[in-house]
Write a protein that binds this ligand. Structure first.
Ligand code: SAH
Length: 216
């Protein structure tokens, strides 16, 4: 299997064909080796048009969803970005190429440790990873130019909106546990908030103080 060819095909048929336009996002998706973020047995499917299991009942998002959400963050290279739900670390790696600094939070220790290793192996030194509940944001690192939540929330966590800089963007799937709407929240320069529904989506649950309750 030639991963580079698979990656090029993924970008062409899944991203560009569906309207992803930001050249920096396209370049990052061409560059990051998605197959090293999935389990070895899954490598051959790494560039397929779907989410994939990454262990602990969690998933790495579909490539199109990663690209579309990243594009909505409108990154130019100078930003400080917060990601909630590190998972495999793939989305964090894409962000690391497009922003100045990435802070990412994962609640499950085994996934966080695995992600750290893969990110280190790629030499992505601008990713700060923390184990914890991301629904409270990351006060010590706030404020952020952009925040991306890669798990489905029952409602928009207030703390995340508070940790946006003026002009900052928050991308978050909001809905019940079966389906959500991807929402883009912008904190305008004057402090007021605007909200836009982008598209339907389906993510695993955001679990925490301002998320769903953990099931036993
Ligand atoms: N962005 C990931 C995919 C995320 S799957 C990737 O690129 O692979 C969603 C992740 O969010 C899961 O790993 C889950 O454990 C994590 N998660 C759920 N609730 C969370 C919370 N409150 N804080 C941090 N991580 C959370």
């Amino acid at each position: 299997m030639n991963f580079e060819i698979a990656r090029k095909r993924m970008v062409q048929t899944q991203l560009i064909a569906r309207g992803v336009k930001d050249p920096r996002v396209i370049a990052a998706m061409l560059k990051v080796p998605r197959h090293i973020f999935v389990e070895e047995a899954m490598e051959a499917q790494a560039y397929s048009d779907s989410p994939l299991p990454i262990g602990d009942k969690q998933t790495i998002s579909q490539p199109y969803m990663v690209a579309a959400m990243t594009e909505l963050l409108e990154l130019t290279g100078s930003e400080k970005v917060l990601e909630i739900g590190t998972g495999s670390g793939y989305q964090a790696a894409i962000l690391a190429l497009l922003a100045n600094k990435v802070c990412t939070i994962e609640r499950l220790r085994p996934l966080a440790l695995k992600a750290r290793k893969v990110l280190d192996s790629l030499g992505l030194l601008n990713v700060n990873l923390k184990i914890g509940d991301g629904t409270c944001g990351w006060l010590e690192e706030a404020p952020f130019d952009a925040i991306i939540v890669t798990a489905g929330a029952p409602a928009i966590p207030e703390q995340l909106v508070k940790q946006l800089k003026p002009g900052g963007r928050l991308i978050i799937p909001v809905g019940d546990q079966y389906e959500q709407t991807l929402q883009k929240i912008t904190r305008r320069a004057d402090g007021t908030i605007s909200k836009e529904d982008v598209m339907g989506c389906r993510f695993v649950k955001l679990i925490g103080q301002s998320g769903w309750r953990a099931e036993e």
